[in-house]
Ligand binder design. Structure first.
Ligand code: THU
Length: 135
């Protein structure tokens, strides 16, 4: 799906706002995400850390899991905002891949500057996915 400039701007604005809600007292690396479904709904997420470090969850997955819980699993785009325009981690790339390789990924910094516009397929080439389990 081709994003309009309004959708692109809204995704980044929502991810910036979501970033303010991060719970990241250990890394102090605040991450915000915003997801746009094919049906036109937006979902936000922020990273939520834990004193037992491996139980931390990334912003992207908070947004995606909320959407899936509400019955949405067709995603047009996801925006990720960090202080320095960092890219989604491997686990989040795998979770994104589950729901479609064509999803657009917008990576922006805290000021909302677009650092990279890519797709899940580009971020996770050769991915293992649902079709691999159909034998
Ligand atoms: N983090 C995200 O929320 N998304 C990513 O894609 C990269 C990492 C979070 C997890 C942890 O709370 C903090 O950033 C530092 O790794």
């Amino acid at each position: 799906m081709n994003l309009t400039s309004e959708q692109r701007a809204e995704l980044i604005r929502l991810a910036q706002a979501a970033r303010q809600r991060a719970y990241a007292p250990y890394s102090n690396y605040w991450v915000g995400a915003a997801l746009l479904t094919a049906s036109g709904k937006y979902y936000q997420g922020a990273n939520i850390e834990n004193a037992a470090y491996p139980t931390c969850i990334c912003a992207e997955r908070v947004a995606i899991f909320q959407a899936v819980f509400e019955g949405e699993s067709d995603f047009a785009a996801i925006a990720v905002v960090t202080a320095n325009g960092g890219t989604p981690c491997g686990s989040c790339r795998q979770v994104m891949a589950e729901f479609g390789l064509q999803t657009v990924v917008l990576i922006a910094d805290a000021e909302g500057r677009l650092v990279q516009e890519t797709t899940v397929k580009e971020l996770l080439p050769g991915s293992f996915g649902p079709s691999d389990l159909k034998t």
